[in-house]
Design a protein around this ligand. Sequence first.
Ligand code: AMP
Ligand code: MG
Length: 453
Amino acid sequence: MSSPDRSTAGEGLQSLETTLATVLGAIAGATEAESAWILDALGRVAAEDAVAATDLPPWDNAAMDGYAIRAVDVAAATESTPVRLEVIGDVAAGAAPGVEVRRGTAVRIATGARIPTGADAVVQVELTTPADASGAALGPRGRDATGPLPAACLVHRAMAAGASIRRRGSDLRAGTTVVRSGTAITPAVVAVAAGAGLEHLLVHRRPVVGVLATGDELRSAGTPLGESGIPDANGPALMALVEDAGGDPRNLGIAKDRLDDVKARVSAGLAGQPDAIIVSGGVSVGPYDHVRTAFEAYGTIDLWRVAIQPGKPFAFGTAPRPGGGPPVLLFGLPGNPVSTFVTFELFVRPALRKLAGLERTGRLVDRAVLLDETPKGEGRRAFVRVVAERDAAGSPVRDDRGRARVRLAGGTGGQGSHVLSALAAAEALAIIPEAVDVHPAGGEVELWWLDRA
Ligand code: AMP
Ligand code: MG
C-alpha cells in the first residue's frame, strides 16, 4: 500500500521539518538581555557566561566538628596511647579564628569554620576524648563537640596533613564560569550562582506572547453557555502553555467570527509590543475563518497543510513590530483543543525556546513501545496521546531494551482532536511516522514526555 513519496509531503502537504525550519528561521535571535536578581532569574536563560565572584570556599574551613591541630603533633597517636593537646580556643562558623595553633595545642572548631593559622588538619570529635589540664579524661570518648571548652583533648589517631580541611577554592575559583550562556537557570544554577557570590545574572527577557481565541461559540469561564456555547478551552490552555514555556502571556480575549473583531484584537495585541501572537481557531478556509485575512492586514502570512496529525492547518507569518525591532511572530493554530496543544508543542514551543535564548530548541526524545494497534491518517506524522505503564513505585516500566511501555490515553476512542479528557490523562506524545498507516501493537515509537521539554 505504501508508496515511497508518501513519507514526505504528499498531496500538497508540507513536512513538519520544513514548517519548523520556516518558523525558527523567522527568529533572528533571543530577546534582549537584562539583569535579574538571581531568584528572579529562575526559569529564564543566561545571556552571558557568569563567573564566580569569589573562591569557594573563600578560605580553608573545617569539614567536621572537632579540633584544628598540627598533624605532626599527633603522628604517634594510637587508640590506646593518645596524644594530649592543650585546647587554647574555639572557632565557630562565621567567626574569625583570632588564635594560632602552635606546637602541642588544638583549637576546637565547628564544621564550616575558618581554619586557624598554624593548623593543617582537623581531627573529628569522635576520635578525641575531652580532658582536664592534667590529661585525665573528662568524659566519654567521641562525645559531641558542644558544652564548655575542655582544657585539653586526647587525640586517638594520627592524622594526615590536610585531613578534614576543605581547601580555599577547591569547589570554585573566582573567575571560573558557573553559568553558561544559553542555558536555563534551574534551582541548582541559582545555588551555584549564589554560592559563587553573585547577586544578579544577565538573562533574556521573557518572550511576551498575546493569546487570542476565536469562535462565536466560545464562552469564557463563568459565562452561561446558553443554547449553543462551549467553554473556551484554548485561551486558558495557551496562556498556560506560554507560561510553562517561559513566556509572558497576555490575554487578548475571545474574538467573534467576524473579520473586524479578529483584526481589532490582533491590532490591540500588536500594540502591546509582543514577541508573538497566537490565535486559535478560524484558521482554515471556511466562511467563518478570518484569522489569515486578519493577519494579512498587519503582516505577511502563509497557511499550510502540514503533514501532521492532529493539527493539519497551520498559519505562520510575521508582522513589523510597532516602534521597530525584530518582527512579531504570528501563529494561527487549528481550533480543536488537542490540535492547538500539539501544534503549540511542535511549532510554538521551539520558537519560544529560541526567543528565550535556549541553545536547544528541540525536545528530549525517549523510545517506547506502543502496545496498542493504532490506525492513523495516511502520509501524516501522528502525535498520539499515551500513558505509561508504571511499577509499584510509580516509575515507568521499561523493557529489556530500555523502552518505556505505553498505551493510548483514553483507549482508541481518546485520539480525536477534540478529546480533552485523553489529552489531560496523557503523559507523553508517541510519534508514528508518516509512512506507517497502522501502527502495529508493540511496535517501537519515539516518545516526548510532556513534562520534560
Ligand atoms: P475552528 O478551527 O475554528 O474551525 O474550530 C475547530 C473546532 O475547535 C470547533 O469544534 C470549535 O468549536 C473548537 N474550538 C475552537 N476554538 C476553541 C476553543 N478556544 N476552545 C474550545 N474549543 C474550540
Ligand atoms: Mg471557529
